[in-house]
Each structure stands twice: as structure tokens, then as C-alpha cells.
Design a protein around this ligand. Structure first.
Ligand code: SAH
Length: 365
């Protein structure tokens, strides 16, 4: 295990080509007009893309062929192409490896539950936050994803589900979690624009509800403060993993810049501004952060806050010397938090066998 530097600014790379999903409704209209077509064509394209999940111009049969050719080439470049997918849980979990236009690889994971269908999307290729227990963090940051590269992962998931590929019958995508590769708040503008595309009502966007979108962060306080002012009501999740700065400095290196107290204050501010309860993610690492006294300290910290704890049994990653906490230790930790009246759930380990669970995405070709 190496200790990597923190990287906040992604290396500059050639920009991915412009795609319809990069553009706001007004920008789409101007783009279409600039390409010499009537403005209403923008609406038709949006409808194809956001309600039928169609990104192949040749299939957009309500548009004349000449228009399809001109607008399609300009606004629907192939941004993400599937390299392969692997399934687990008898098809209920599917991890897809995507190749981007410049050969960069990213992964996303689709998870079908009884009452919801969630896609876990990447916001960056790699990650610069260097958390030592996370495979993505150990691989470093390649680059930011564009808005459309983020949206495309979600639209692809919606398409797969709508075509009945998951369970033999059409299903609607209901939730998006930004818990794939990358730190979403380190790619702030593009991620927020993507959230708008996902939540704007059709045909401007996918029409998902804001609360069904979860943005998970290591605790980039300035980004959290900015997000609180966006007027979006997405669910915020904070990767805490330790209640004390001494340990958190080592598990989530960005803690050396924004310590526990400041992160929780920023989360409280988000809750106050949006009325939304936030979640605290806490990977249970054997003999590292799972002691009863840490449960007690975390319980004290969170008691009275609009927060809920999601414990994540540590998933194995290459080269890691750490294990998940034994179940009885986990149960004691749960009880320790409940003693302070803090709501707790334990996250399932979906996709672990296909390296598709939390912290396992490495996108190796
Ligand atoms: N960068 C953001 C988004 C990634 S979300 C963030 O860190 O919040 C992925 C979640 O899985 C984070 O809570 C992360 O800390 C957690 N995680 C990383 N590696 C893990 C592992 N090996 N086992 C369990 N959870 C892990």
C-alpha cells in the first residue's frame, strides 16, 4: 500500500466532443439553429434521448434523414462504448466497463432491488482523494468526466432496464448514486449540470426525482457549501469512516484539510438548507475503526443531528492489508450508535464477487 498525494485538479486532457447532454435546453436550441435547422428539432432530439434513451441518430425515425445526419453527427458523438459487462446476484447486479472517446476506462454498476433500480455512476476517471482502503483511490486520478459522459452512464442504465435486459420485463430506473469512481465535488460544475439533466422533467431531462439522486463526498467542505446553495434537493452522503481526526487523517487524507468538525458542520448546513437528512458512510475495518469507543464517540457526535449512518462492511481491494469487521463487532457498533438514538443501517455487499461493490471499481482493461 502506497500513500498517494491528494489531487484536487484533474490533469487537463483533450475535451470529449460536445454532446446533447452537455447542453441546457436553451443551448440545445441555439446549437440546432447554428447547425442550420429549425429550433424545434432540439426538442425532438431531447425527446428521443431522454424519453426513449435513443442515442443513435439513425434510429430517430421522426426526423427526416438529412436532419438526422446533420444533427446526429454534431450532437450525438459516441462518448461511451461498452467494453464488457459482468453480472452477479442472478442478473440483479451488473457492472459495465465503458471506454470513453480517448480510450479512458470507467465503470458503473446497476443494481435491481425489489422496489427500486439504482445505477452507481462514476464522476471522474480514477480519483485523486487517495483513500488507502479504496481501489479507485489507489489508482490515482486520470481525468474529470464531462457532463454528457456522466449522463450517458445513467441513460445507458435506463435503456438497459427499459429494454427488459435485467429481468425480462421493462423496468424504470429510479435512483442514481454518485458512488462510482471519483469524487463528485472535485468535478463540481459538470456533476451539478449532470444532476440537472437527470432531474429536469422530460423532455428537457430524465425526470428523476431529486431526492432519488445521492451525491457522496469525502467531505470537500467548499463544495458542500456550494451545493447547499444550488437549490437542489439531492441526498448528500458523507464518507466519514472515523469520528476522530487522528484516525480520519489516515483513512480519508483530505481530512487534514477539512477535519471532522468542519465536515459535519457543512453537512448540517446542507440539511438546514434543504430539509434533507444526510447519511454518514462508515466502512467497518477490523481493528481499525470498529472499536466500541469509536461507536460511542460517533454516536455522541451525531446525536441530535439530521443524520443517519450507513455502515459498509469493508470490501476487499488488491494489496490491502485490511479486513471487514467480524459480524459481532459490527452488531456491537450498531448497538453503540443506537444507544445515542442515531439511526443505522448496514449496506449490502452487492457486486462484491465481480469487484463491483463500494471501493472496488478500478476499471482495468
Ligand atoms: N469519492 C466519493 C464517492 C465514492 S462513494 C466518496 O468517497 O464519498 C464510494 C464509497 O465507498 C465511499 O463511502 C467510500 O469511502 C467507500 N469505500 C471505498 N472503499 C471501500 C471498501 N474497500 N469497502 C467499503 N467501502 C469502501
Amino acid at each position: 500500500m502506497t500513500s498517494l498525494p491528494l489531487v484536487f485538479d484533474a490533469p487537463r486532457r483533450a475535451r470529449p466532443p460536445r454532446h446533447l447532454a452537455d447542453l441546457s435546453v436553451e443551448e440545445r436550441k441555439s446549437a440546432v439553429i447554428e447547425l442550420g435547422e429549425a429550433g424545434f428539432r432540439a426538442d425532438q432530439l431531447s425527446r428521443q434521448y431522454f424519453t426513449r434513451f435513443e442515442n443513435r441518430p439513425e434510429r430517430m425515425s421522426d426526423l427526416p434523414a438529412a436532419v438526422r445526419e446533420r444533427l446526429g453527427a454534431a450532437l450525438f458523438p459516441a462518448l461511451v462504448s461498452e467494453v464488457r459487462h459482468v453480472e452477479a446476484d442472478r442478473g440483479a447486479t451488473r457492472k459495465t466497463l465503458w471506454k470513453l472517446h480517448d480510450g479512458t476506462l470507467v465503470e458503473s454498476v446497476l443494481m435491481r432491488y425489489r422496489e427500486r433500480l439504482t445505477v452507481c455512476s462514476s464522476s471522474q476517471a480514477g480519483c485523486g482523494m487517495a483513500c488507502p482502503f479504496c481501489a479507485t483511490g489507489q489508482g490515482g486520478l486520470q481525468r474529470n468526466l464531462s457532463t454528457a459522459e456522466i449522463v450517458e452512464q445513467v441513460v445507458a442504465a435506463a435503456r438497459i432496464a427499459a429494454h427488459g435486459e435485467l429481468s425480462g420485463r421493462p423496468v424504470r430506473l429510479s435512483n442514481v448514486v454518485f458512488m462510482g469512481m471519483g469524487e463528485p465535488l472535485a468535478n463540481y460544475n459538470r456533476v451539478v449540470a449532470a444532476v440537472r439533466r437527470l432531474t429536469d422533467s422530460a423532455p428537457a431531462g430524465l425526470g428523476l426525482s431529486q431526492r432519488s439522486i445521492t451525491l457522496s463526498t469525502v467531505g470537500l467542505v467548499p463544495g458542500m457549501q456550494r451545493l447547499a446553495e444550488e437549490g437542489l434537493h439531492v441526498t448528500l452522503a458523507v464518507s466519514l469512516h472515523a469520528p476522530d481526526d487522528e484516525l480520519r487523517d489516515t483513512l480519508v487524507p483530505v481530512n487534514t484539510r477539512w477535519p471532522v468538525r468542519e465536515v459535519l458542520e457543512a453537512a448540517d448546513n446542507y440539511a438546514a438548507r434543504t430539509g434533507r437528512r444526510y447519511s454518514i458512510e462508515y466502512a467497518m475495518i477490523r481493528d481499525i475503526n470498529d472499536q466500541p469507543w469509536r461507536a460511542d464517540l460517533l454516536g455522541q457526535l451525531l446525536s441530535g443531528r439530521l443524520a443517519h449512518v450507513n455502515l459498509i462492511p469493508l470490501n476487499p481491494t488488491p494489496g490491502s492489508r485490511w479486513d471487514a469487521s467480524p459480524k459481532p463487532v459490527e452488531q456491537r457498533f450498531v448497538a453503540g450508535l443506537q444507544a445515542h438514538g442515531v439511526p443505522v443501517t448496514v449496506r449490502d455487499t452487492r457486486g462484491r464477487e465481480i469487484d463491483g461493490a463500494c471501493g472496488q471499481l478500478a476499471a482495468s482493461g
